[in-house]
Write a protein that binds this ligand. Structure first.
Ligand code: ATP
Length: 880
């Protein structure tokens, strides 16, 4: 059935190979070729292409590309069908194309017609629209005008109504006024009539009165004549009294001349008396001169006494509780003015709970940096006189050592510690003395960390280990390898110290977050050259901030920290051993046991002045540390270092005596000048003003202008330190009020107001500084430096015998007036201290000569220098 149409098509002459065709149809069974052939023209072209493809694929697979005949015929048919179809379609397209073209032309011509039409219509439209627009505008204008007219009309109507109302009201008013006026007119007419009648009556009355007053005028005329007569009489009386008064005046003139003569006489006698007083004054002046010399001697001797004293001073400072510690219990029970300190253990009961310690001074937690420095200042000043001074802070970690020595971090000037203030002070004095002494100041800063000495100010920033001199060098350089930095001002020092403290080894322990685990040693080298003699003085100031002294187990340190703590403890116990050996006066002092004691050798063993700050933490938890710190400090305070000695070169006694003699010459010359000036002044004042002028001078403020730098500081806000500004201010004041003026003032004060003695102030307390300044010693730049003059509280253990020297001693050392408190102690022997040097021997000799009272045995009243009086000095805690 399926092969029928195919065979028919082939037979229809479409193909010459029917057998192949059947074979072919058999091969393409799935394409349904026979069906295709029957409706070749109606099948889609795509299907025809599919058939071709399948035929070709089948032939490739089965016959290796050679098409069988049947298949070729089939293909031919299909291709022809496709060709026909394509040709038909091409014809179709051409016809359609022609159709489209004709249509297009048709539309184009229509479009042209329409365009022409549209053009004409648009122009007309525009004209009409414009006209319409104009008409509309006019219409709207007319409408608006009409609206306005309507409004105007309405307004006019309203106004008209209003005017009508007003006219009505006015008419009413007019009527009312008219009526009122008529009434008033009537009333006035009636009143005028009444008034006319009254006036006529009054005229009649006045005429009657005029008749009476003519009599009165006549009476008045008579009275006036009488008064004129009276005045004439009085004039005569006054004239006579005037004559009397002028004669009395002449008498008065005569008597005034007499009085003048009397006054002149009295004046003359007064001048004579004054001259007599002047003679007496000379005596007083001579006494003052002696006082002056004696005072200088005393000052010298006083310094020598201080030198002989030679103790280590111990100041105790208690740190306040830090912010946030207000609830903590304190171990501090009592702080005495005299240096007493009572420590209590609140945990213990009974008498064992309290312990008393005694130091040179105890600073309460409220003490300021300023107050602490005021008590340290005199010691520091000795450095400029060629002394070695050592100040160190000892105490457990966090007890305030760094605070006392350097001040808190980022501190203001008020918070500056001893270091900054000391250097500031040194610059200040050096500046004041520059006319006579040229100073050079240099600083070194090293730290001892794990028994290694390191330069904190090395120029190349290296942290190399430094060596130490085995023995103390004459130039005081214990660590010669450490870089030396010359300094000229406080800002330079501040900069260096900041660098130094930044380089300092800092670690953390359980006790203090930023605990310094090294000893820091700041050494200030001062060398001064005397412009006149060429002598050179060298002084060293060691400022030491020791590492924390707490026990190893308490700091909970391990590893490196433990090693550090062990080194610290070792060096501190070496320090203790040295101090103990010194206290025992052992022949061997183990300075070499630690780097710290090696560096401090010149300050502990030599002739140096030493001050130790014992720092305490008041917290009860630190009780045991506090007690061991205080015990250590107590042991230190018992050490005597021997006499402090100034490092002066080439200044022997002869030189001193020469200087003294030349100074005396100058003073004598000055005194002569003063005498001359005083005489001139007396003459001038006698002529011009009389004695009153002296009283005026006494009250003048000039006398108070001479002040010590310390007084100046106190009055200017109580600042403990003086910067260079203060220095210059101080020097200015000094130069303004020269010694001439001060001596002059002194003479006036002592001669004219003996009750206001300058020797002692009114309340009985000594006024040493003022005395010294009044005598021209206000500047510390005299023969002897005033570095230690403020140690005025020290006793010399002497009674007074009424001599000038005794008065001076009594004034300067009020405690000396007390009887010897320790009579058992043999007087006349230097009980402690090393063998006296020739200088000391001489000083002692001078001291005893000076003290010898006229006509009294020295041994009965006063012990000689260096005896019990000096012992009492040692126990006296009033070293300032
Ligand atoms: N007098 C004081 N007034 C106020 N604060 C103080 C005082 N003393 C110490 N402090 C404060 O207590 C803390 C510890 O003080 P500081 O660092 O000086 O102790 P330290 O003994 O030097 O410790 P370290 O051994 O670790 O160096 C700091 O914060 C410091 O500012």
């Amino acid at each position: 059935m399926t092969h029928q149409p195919e065979s028919q098509t082939i037979e229809n002459g479409e193909s010459n190979c029917p057998t192949e065709s059947s074979g072919c149809s058999a091969d393409l069974s799935d394409v349904n070729v026979s069906e295709l052939l029957t409706r070749l023209d109606s099948v889609a072209t795509r299907s025809l292409f599919d058939v071709i493809n399948k035929i070709l694929d089948g032939s490739i697979d089965k016959n290796n590309g050679d098409l069988p005949y049947g298949v070729s015929c089939l293909l031919k048919k299909v291709v022809r069908a496709i060709e026909r179809r394509v040709a038909a379609q091409a014809e179709n397209i051409q016809t359609q194309n022609i159709l489209y073209k004709s249509r297009e032309e048709k539309y184009q011509s229509r479009l042209r017609v329409l365009k022409t039409l549209a053009k004409g219509t648009t122009e007309e439209n525009e004209v009409v629209t414009n006209q319409l627009q104009k008409v509309k505008t006019e219409k709207s204008k007319i409408e608006e005008q009409m609206k306005i007219d309507e409004q105007d009309l309405a307004k006019l109507l309203e106004e008209k109504d209003h005017n009508d109302l007003e006219i009505l009201a006015l008419k009413e008013d007019l009527n009312m006024t008219k009526k009122t006026f008529e009434n008033l007119w009537l009333e006035l007419e009636a009143h005028a009539r009444e008034t006319k009648i009254d006036m006529e009556q009054k005229v009649k009355e006045l005429e009657y009165l005029l008749m009476g007053s003519r009599d009165e005028i006549n009476d008045l005329k008579a009275h006036c004549a009488y008064i004129t007569q009276l005045w004439k009489k009085k004039e005569i009386t006054y004239k006579s009294s005037l004559e009397l008064q002028s004669s009395a005046l002449q008498e008065l003139r005569m008597s005034s001349k007499l009085i003048k003569q009397l006054v002149l006489k009295t004046q003359k006698s007064y001048l004579e008396e004054f001259n007599y007083l002047g003679v007496k004054l000379k005596g007083v002046t001579t006494a003052a001169e002696n006082y002056h010399i004696v005072l200088a001697e005393n000052r010298k001797l006083y310094n020598e006494v201080l030198d002989l004293k030679g103790n280590i001073r111990v100041y105790c400072r208690i740190r306040p509780f830090l912010p946030g510690q207000s609830q903590k219990q304190t171990t501090i029970e009592y702080i005495g003015e005299n240096g007493d300190l009572v420590i209590t253990n609140p945990i213990k009961q009974g008498k064992d709970s309290r312990r008393l310690f005694k130091f040179n001074k105890v600073f309460a937690p409220t003490s300021t940096q300023d107050e602490v420095f005021l008590d340290t200042q005199p010691l520091i000043r000795s450095v400029l006189d060629g002394y070695n001074v050592c100040i160190f802070a000892y105490g457990q970690t966090g007890s305030g050592k760094t605070y006392t020595m350097s001040g808190p971090e980022m501190s203001s000037q008020a918070d500056w510690g001893v270091n900054y203030r000391a250097l500031n002070d040194l610059f200040c004095i050096a500046e004041n003395r520059k006319s006579s002494i040229t100073y050079e100041i240099g600083v070194q800063m090293v730290e001892i960390y794990n028994e290694q000495v390191r330069d904190l100010l090395s120029i190349d920033g290296s942290q190399r280990r430094l060596g130490i001199w085995s023995t103390t060098q004459p130039n005081g350089l214990a660590v010669p390898e450490a870089s030396m930095h010359p300094v000229r001002s406080t800002p330079e020092v501040l900069e260096l110290m900041t660098v130094g403290s930044m380089n300092r080894a800092v670690g953390a322990t359980a006790l203090n977050e930023r605990s310094s685990r090294s000893h820091s040693v700041l050494t200030v080298h001062v060398s001064g050259k005397d412009a006149k003699t060429g002598a050179i003085m060298r002084g060293n100031l060691h400022l030491i901030d020791l590492a924390g002294s707490e026990r190893v187990e308490r700091s909970e340190a391990v590893g490196d920290r433990l090693k550090e703590a062990q080194h610290i403890n070792k060096s501190l116990s070496a320090l203790g051993d040295v101090i103990f050996a010194l206290a025992q006066k052992n022949s061997h002092v183990p300075f070499r046991n630690s780097k710290l004691t090696q560096i401090l050798q010149s300050s502990l063993g030599g002739q140096a002045k030493t001050l130790m700050f014992v720092q305490l933490n008041p917290d009860v938890e630190s009780y045991s540390e506090t007690i061991s710190t205080l015990k250590f400090a107590e042991r230190v305070s018992g050490v005597e270092l021997g006499a402090a000695r100034s490092n002066k070169e080439g200044r022997d006694m002869k030189e001193f005596m020469n200087q003294l003699a030349s100074l005396k010459d100058i003073i004598t010359k000055k005194d002569e000048e003063i005498q001359r000036l005083r005489r001139d002044k007396v003459n001038i004042n006698g002529e011009k003003q009389g004695v009153g002028s002296y009283r005026y001078d006494l009250a003048s403020p000039g006398r108070h202008s001479i002040r010590s730098p310390r007084q100046n500081q106190r009055t200017s806000g109580g600042k403990g330190t003086s910067d260079l500004d203060n220095c210059s201010e101080y020097s200015d004041k000094q130069s303004e009020s020269g010694s001439q003026q001060s001596i002059d003032d002194f003479i006036k004060v002592n001669s004219l107001l003996p009750s206001q003695s300058n020797i002692a102030s009114r309340d009985g307390t000594p006024n040493i500084s003022e005395d010294v300044e009044l005598l021209g010693f206000g500047e510390a730049d005299c023969d002897e430096r005033l570095s230690d003059i403020s140690d005025g509280g020290l006793s010399m253990g002497t009674g007074t015998d009424g001599s000038v020297s005794s008065i001076v001693e009594f004034t300067m050392f009020p405690e000396a007036a007390k009887p010897n408190e320790n009579p058992e102690k043999p007087s006349g022997s230097v009980s402690k201290g090393p063998k006296a040097t020739p200088n000391q021997t001489q000083s002692r000799h001078r001291l005893s000569v000076l003290r010898k009272p006229s006509g009294a045995s020295s041994s009965s009243k006063k012990p000689p220098a260096g005896s019990s009086s000096l012992s009492s000095l040692r126990t006296s805690k009033r070293w300032q």
